[in-house]
Ligand binder design. Structure first.
Ligand SMILES: [Zn+2]
Ligand SMILES: [Zn+2]
Length: 368
């Protein structure tokens, strides 16, 4: 009996440890504080998604080892629906071709349905865990163009969660808190404060830090692997973070990543914390992903890239939900900036991916 009790206790402890995998965040206050590149994750060998390189050139009718895994990836981010991940095969069927085309459309790629190298490079990029597509509806593009000629048009591509949830009018002074177990430094907390400020500058919403995590509107935590919300993190690279729609308030970051305040192309596996935080706060406010590559709400970002300024697309989207903070002469506070330290301007299409996905979101509302 005693043995049975201790066995049960062990099981409970194991179970708890699996669902509450808090992490001491790998946070570095500047790029010179990062470990040498040899001690950082390897962009190829440590990237679970790098195996997709082997699928180069695959198209309808092929049967290649690894396609089942790719289907799981596309299923995870909403491009394949009405399927069970357990039954995926390595056959390149018409459903997969449709999903690849949908993905290429959302990421402004040549819509061929063929797994060309550009598409595969994009798929391998670290990204936000929130889905891009819900219920088969494109969330990231306003129009259905299958060409790339208008990818930089001024047309809004911002999106919302299904039914466009937002914080109600009597909850516009929001507070946020950090998971105590993460033991974040003041320096790290200030990074989040700056990220909140980007959004507060353009909408009539304020963000105030408090210490009581459980009572906060927005609860920020670093977690590793399975952390109890059905969206386990995947170790270094891959998914970087995810956040929930209003008014859930959960904002989770992958505690296995190397987070830094700043970015350098020399360390492509360290991620600028502020860039990811600004993106996730967009989700917390109600924004979905955007196909505008310059927008904060674009789903992916590579290490070594710093992108912290809201683009016009982000501002327009969030102001549809909350209105403008400054009602003046019609000028909308917009700014757009993408910084890359190191190789100047060498920003390739596949170079940045940041993504996340919503567990509870069930459909995507497109502004028309
Ligand atoms: Zn989570
Ligand atoms: Zn996202």
């Amino acid at each position: 009996m005693k043995q049975l009790r201790s066995l049960l206790l062990s099981l409970v402890i194991i179970s708890l440890s699996q669902t509450t995998s808090h992490a001491i965040a790998h946070y570095f206050p500047n790029i010179s504080a990062l470990p040498p590149p040899s001690q950082l994750p390897n962009i190829t060998t440590d990237n679970l998604w790098s195996r997709f390189r082997n699928l180069s050139g695959c198209h309808l009718g092929d049967s290649v080892l690894g396609l089942a895994t790719l289907k799981s990836y596309l299923f995870r981010f909403g491009y394949i629906t009405n399927a069970s991940a357990e039954t995926f095969t390595d056959d390149f069927d018409s459903d997969l071709e449709s999903a690849v085309k949908f993905y290429q459309l959302n990421f402004n790629l040549n819509v061929s349905g063929v797994l060309d190298d550009v598409t595969l490079r994009q798929i391998q990029q670290p990204r936000c865990g929130n889905v891009d597509v819900i219920n088969g509806t494109s969330s990231m593009r306003k129009n259905g163009s299958t060409t790339t000629t208008n990818r930089l048009s001024a047309v809004a591509h911002y999106s919302f969660f299904p039914n466009a949830p937002r914080w109600p009018e009597d909850r516009r002074d929001l507070n946020y808190a950090f998971l105590p177990a993460n033991q974040l430094t003041e320096s790290a907390k200030e990074v989040f404060a700056r990220a909140f400020e980007k959004w507060a500058a353009v909408i009539p919403v304020t963000f105030t830090r408090i210490e009581t995590y459980a009572a906060a509107d927005i609860r920020i935590g670093f977690f590793t692997t399975d952390h109890g919300d059905g969206e386990p993190f995947d170790g270094v690279l891959g998914v970087l973070a995810h956040a929930f729609s209003p008014t859930n308030g959960r904002f989770h970051l992958d505690g296995d990543e190397y987070w830094v305040d700043g970015a350098t192309a020399a360390d492509p596996t360290a991620f600028d914390l502020e860039s990811v935080a600004v993106h996730e706060i967009g989700h917390l406010l109600g924004l979905g992903h955007s196909s505008v590559e310059e927008a904060i709400m674009y789903p992916s970002i590579s290490g070594g890239v710093r992108k912290v300024e809201l683009a016009a697309d982000d501002v327009e989207g969030v102001q549809v939900l909350y209105g403008s903070r400054v009602e003046t002469n019609g000028s909308t506070p917009t700014s757009q900036q993408t910084e890359r330290n190191g190789e100047e301007g060498n920003r390739t299409r596949g170079a940045h991916l940041m993504g996340m996905s919503l567990i509870l979101a069930i459909g995507w509302w497109i502004t028309l």
